[in-house]
Design a protein around this ligand. Structure first.
Ligand code: SAM
Length: 271
């Protein structure tokens, strides 16, 4: 385990292995990463220079979706799976700005997320950070810390933001989403974003190879594969779209660039 924490201080030990959470932190101009993570980030940026822009779009959509669900749909519980390292405006900050009583659970496979989360959340009674593997969804759903915050008999927002492309086909991401969907109460929402294969962009395939070879994970999926994640759910307008086009707050002037189209996402309701 590369991380240790006390109440006030986080000490991260470099084990020489890059992780998705820390590579993403590089993309967001964070400070919690090592040289090995920067190497993977730079190799990825060499293939697709728009990745930093894409990461920013991903966070901006998260802010819009969480605000909408908390403010307009009355959602009071958020299960943020593959939450990543704390960054600017995290899910609990956005949700609890709308409703201070909103409950948020962050789940990530990388223990560094727990270490940093504990330091950030020591005074927050409505938020938890859990180290768990989404590939075992029933264990995530039954985790005592998850159950201490989330009542699955009531609507919950299940967030799978930028994580399913870290699961290989044989790990059955669609089956994982189905398990989560079946556990969620009617009135729950699913919020999913994912790298998307672009037929006119060989970089989207090349990036997959970089991520697979350097990070050991990475699967860029077709629009049809993404749509299948929402099977049995009712997609909110405007559907599955490039991230900046999901209910934008400002006018998007050029929606044709790879930086806009490479990651798509949507929000759907379980009726
Ligand atoms: N959700 C955040 C966002 O979109 O801003 C962070 C996305 S980051 C690209 C992907 C996160 O998924 C990383 O923090 C990584 O550790 C986590 N992750 C990857 N595989 C996982 C798994 N099997 N179970 C739980 N978390 C996982």
């Amino acid at each position: 385990m590369p991380a240790e924490s006390t109440d006030t201080e986080v000490v991260i030990l470099d084990d020489g292995v890059p992780t998705a959470a820390r590579v993403y932190d590089v993309m967001l101009d964070g400070k919690d990463h090592y040289e090995i993570d920067r190497q993977v980030a730079h190799a990825s940026l060499a293939v697709m220079p728009e990745l930093k822009e894409i990461a920013a779009h991903n966070r901006a959509m998260l802010h819009r979706v969480v605000t909408h669900l908390a403010a307009d749909q009355g959602i009071t519980q958020f299960l943020d799976l593959g939450s990543g390292l704390p960054t600017a405006r995290n899910t609990h900050e956005v949700a609890q700005q709308v409703n201070p009583d909103a409950k948020v659970v962050y789940v990530d496979i990388d223990p560094i997320v727990l270490a940093h989360g504990r330091a950030l959340l020591q005074d927050n009674d409505n938020t938890r950070v859990v180290t768990a593997d989404l590939r075992e969804p029933r264990e995530v759903l039954a985790h005592p810390e998850v159950l201490s915050m989330i009542d699955f008999s009531k609507p919950v927002c299940v967030m799978l933001v930028g994580i399913l492309h870290h699961l290989l086909d044989e790990e059955d991401p669609a089956g994982i989403v189905r398990t989560l969907r079946d556990a969620a109460a009617p009135g729950s929402y699913f919020f999913i974003t994912n790298f998307t294969r672009l037929s006119d962009s060989p970089e989207s395939t090349e990036l997959e190879q970089v991520l697979l070879s350097q990070l050991g994970t990475g699967r860029v999926r077709t629009p049809a594969e993404l749509a299948a994640y929402f099977d049995g759910l009712e997609l909110l307008p405007p559907g599955i779209v490039p991230l900046p086009l999901w209910r934008p707050e400002t006018i998007v002037t050029d929606a044709t660039t790879v930086g806009v189209r490479f990651m798509t996402g949507g929000v759907a309701r379980k009726n």
